[in-house]
Ligand binder design. Structure first.
Ligand code: KG4
Ligand code: ZN
Length: 332
């Protein structure tokens, strides 16, 4: 079975080819245009998807050594994401499926982040607990099978990636700030500054208090010393990162304990964070968990994870038709 998958939910245009459950190619074009605005500009994202999509699909097919006529299905990200971005990928996939007379598969982006764990070994066994942390989402999900998932906790305000990006912006770091903050944090003292760990009932998360606390703290310090950020950047980064990680781990620990799950998976772009990866490994040792983190290229937005999800949906006979519409708020 050969599937072409397309991902265009936010600011990365990606196409992947999967043959018999194996990834043959996974091409991603990242949009640079948003950097100067300090965040993703939806209208510009849609236009960049239009420019990138055909070259990215061609590259994915070529890399996989596959012609369009070899395809058994065309998959695309239906949602959640930015409507304009989703529409570009969705329209393309629908048109291609119609022209080739092949089935169409509509994939949920958040499920795809989770099922990225099945692209390569080691793969978790069902059931497992997955913490999905990206620029748009923070979710704790009990994964009972490839098709049966339940959100037990989620953010009530900012996503974990946004917490990195917004606090990093306050420190003057370029967008997206997450990777820059991670790098600087490695040379800093995480205990130097104490910021509030977001506490929520159940398994939910909150990060808006951290952003506000950092903002007021910096304002106060900068009033006395205008070089404060410059002089303390690594310690500030390490302390902020430490707080975000503690906020995530607190709920993860609680959920794993209550649900009786010992297999813990990390998904989404923030899974690239070196501090979070290390903290999770340490926690795993203390709790007797088995931890799963996909390779970096399958953590950030990519069509490989969409192809993997489509593979499971194909086996279950879960196909879409030409009336399917992109849904920016698609539920898990
Ligand atoms: O999953 P993703 O590629 O896109 C979304 O669906 O949002 O995640 C992007 C997010 C951004 O907020 C980015 O700052 C964050 O992941 N990120 C990181 C790191 N690498 C990417 N955050 C912290 N540390 C990193 N190393
Ligand atoms: Zn994503």
């Amino acid at each position: 079975m050969t599937i072409l998958a397309i991902e265009s939910s936010c600011d990365d245009t990606s196409a992947a080819v999967m043959v018999g459950g194996e990834i043959r190619s996974n091409v991603v074009a990242t949009q640079q245009v948003h950097e100067q605005y300090g965040g993703v500009v939806p209208e510009l994202a849609s236009r960049a998807h239009q420019q990138h999509l055909i070259p990215v699909v061609d590259a994915a097919l070529q890399k996989a050594g596959i012609s369009k006529n070899d395809l058994d299905a065309v998959a695309f990200t239906q949602g959640p994401g930015l409507l304009g971005s989703l529409l570009v990928g969705g329209m393309f996939a629908k048109t291609l499926a119609l022209a080739l007379g092949k089935p169409l598969i509509a994939v949920n982006h958040m499920r795809a982040h989770i099922l990225a764990h099945f692209i390569e070994a080691p793969r978790p066994a069902f059931p497992f607990l997955c913490l999905t942390v990206s620029g748009g989402h923070t979710q704790l999900v009990v994964v009972r099978s490839a098709l049966d998932m339940e959100i037990i906790g989620q953010t009530t305000d900012d996503a974990a990636g946004e917490a990195f990006d917004k606090t990093g912006k306050l420190l003057g770091l370029p967008y997206p700030a997450g990777p820059h903050l991670d790098k600087l944090a490695r040379q800093g003292n995480p205990k130097r500054f104490a910021f509030p760990v977001g506490t929520m009932p159940g398994y939910d998360f909150s990060f808006s208090g951290l952003k506000t606390a950092v903002l007021y703290f910096l304002k106060k310090e900068m009033a006395q010393n205008s070089d404060f950020i410059q002089e303390n950047l690594p310690d500030l980064c390490a302390s902020i990162q430490h707080t975000i990680i503690q906020t995530l781990l607190r709920q993860l620990r609680r959920a794993a304990h209550d649900q009786g799950l010992t297999q813990v998976a990390l998904a989404g772009g923030v899974a690239a964070n070196s501090g979070l990866r290390q903290a999770l490994q340490d926690e795993a040792e203390a709790q007797g968990w088995q931890v799963f983190i996909p390779a970096f290229q399958f953590c950030t937005d990519n069509a490989g994870m969409v192809a993997m999800t489509a593979h499971f949906q194909y086996q279950a006979g879960d196909f879409a038709n030409q009336l399917v519409s992109s849904d920016p708020r698609l539920k898990l």
